[in-house]
Design a protein around this ligand. Structure first.
Ligand code: NAP
Length: 289
């Protein structure tokens, strides 16, 4: 069995954000490095956006291979990268950086993680209609990747308020840059939502409603909006089964949670840094069961 040994040659990867100490990413990446016998290590650094430039400049000098970014650093990194992938550019946020010869190449793997989790759950949503609840950071990454991957129609749903303008803008950006048809709906407009959901193949909750400690709440006020043919997925993984998933299961809908989105966004970052596939079955068994 390989051991993870830090040597003079060890290549550093990292997570930057604040807070970061709770993250599963160091466990996942260090175990994957160990399993593949790669001389890499992954560490967490608590860095707020005002100090991000200073840290990433140091990482260039130190020849750090790459790093992940979590809240609140994802949008600040967008300004600091040398090159931005087309999907990260459309999303407007970065969660993974690869360094090559002092240049920082920025990506966003959150949406890739979600789309891989859909496949892992045994579903094919390419060419189908997706209803996405929320238009925050995670929802934006999912919306852009789903459209780039070939989802035919995307309905972005958000509650009334300032963020609804963001939903309209996101729908417009996606429609202009991909072949996906987009529309938006207010979360409060249950009669319009019912009609939209009736033709949908998948409904994805990318709001924070349902996450502990607010786990007694569902983003859908009325569960009769669901129908048994609808896949209902939640990107929340704490709790493992959200109230929305319970409502959906009671109606007979297939469901899955956000645990494997987390796994596969990490697997894509791992591939970008090492050129190797993360050993998914072992990582799943150890940290995602
Ligand atoms: P965010 O940027 O703050 O966006 C939150 C979204 O939830 C916004 O659309 C917000 O709408 C909506 N929302 C919040 N409270 C609401 C309420 N009471 N009723 C209706 N809508 C409400 O957060 P985020 O980073 O996108 O994260 C969203 C969720 O995804 C969190 O639970 C997070 O843990 C989870 N997540 C999971 C993964 C994974 O790998 N599985 C990755 C990232 C995030 P307004 O703007 O109108 O408030």
């Amino acid at each position: 069995m390989n051991e993870l040994i830090i040597t003079g040659h060890t290549t550093l990867t990292a997570l930057l954000g604040s807070p970061v100490a709770h993250s599963v990413s160091p466990l996942m990446h260090n175990e994957a490095f160990r399993l593949l016998g790669l001389d890499y290590a992954y560490l967490c650094f608590d860095v707020t956006p005002d100090r991000l430039k200073c840290v990433t400049d140091a990482f260039r000098v130190m020849n750090v291979r790459g790093f992940n970014l979590t809240m609140p650093d994802k949008t600040k990194m967008f300004e600091l990268a040398d090159e931005i992938s087309p999907s990260a550019a459309m999303i407007g946020a970065v969660n993974t950086v690869v360094q090559e010869n002092g240049k920082l190449y920025a990506y966003n793997t959150d949406g890739i993680g979600y789309m891989q989790a859909v496949k892992d759950a045994g579903f094919d949503i390419i060419g189908k209609h997706m209803v996405l609840l929320g238009c925050g950071g995670a929802a934006t990454a999912i919306a852009v990747q789903a459209a780039l991957d070939g989802v035919k129609r995307l309905t972005i749903v958000n509650r009334q308020g300032a963020s609804y303008q963001k939903a309209l803008k996101l729908a417009d950006t996606i429609a202009k840059n991909t072949s996906c048809q987009t529309d938006t709906c207010l979360l409060e407009d249950t009669s319009a939502l019912k009609q939209i959901i009736a033709t949908a193949h998948i409904l994805t909750n990318a709001t924070s409603v349902g996450m502990a400690p607010m786990d007694s709440v569902s983003p859908l006020a009325d569960e009769t909006l669901l129908h048994p043919e609808l896949i209902v997925s939640d990107i929340i993984y704490n709790p493992r089964t959200t109230l929305l998933m319970k409502q959906a299961k009671a109606i007979g809908c297939p469901t899955f949670n956000g645990l494997y989105m987390l796994l596969y966004q990490g697997a894509e970052a791992f591939r970008l840094w090492t050129g190797k596939a993360m050993p998914i079955p072992q990582i799943k068994e150890k940290y995602f069961s």
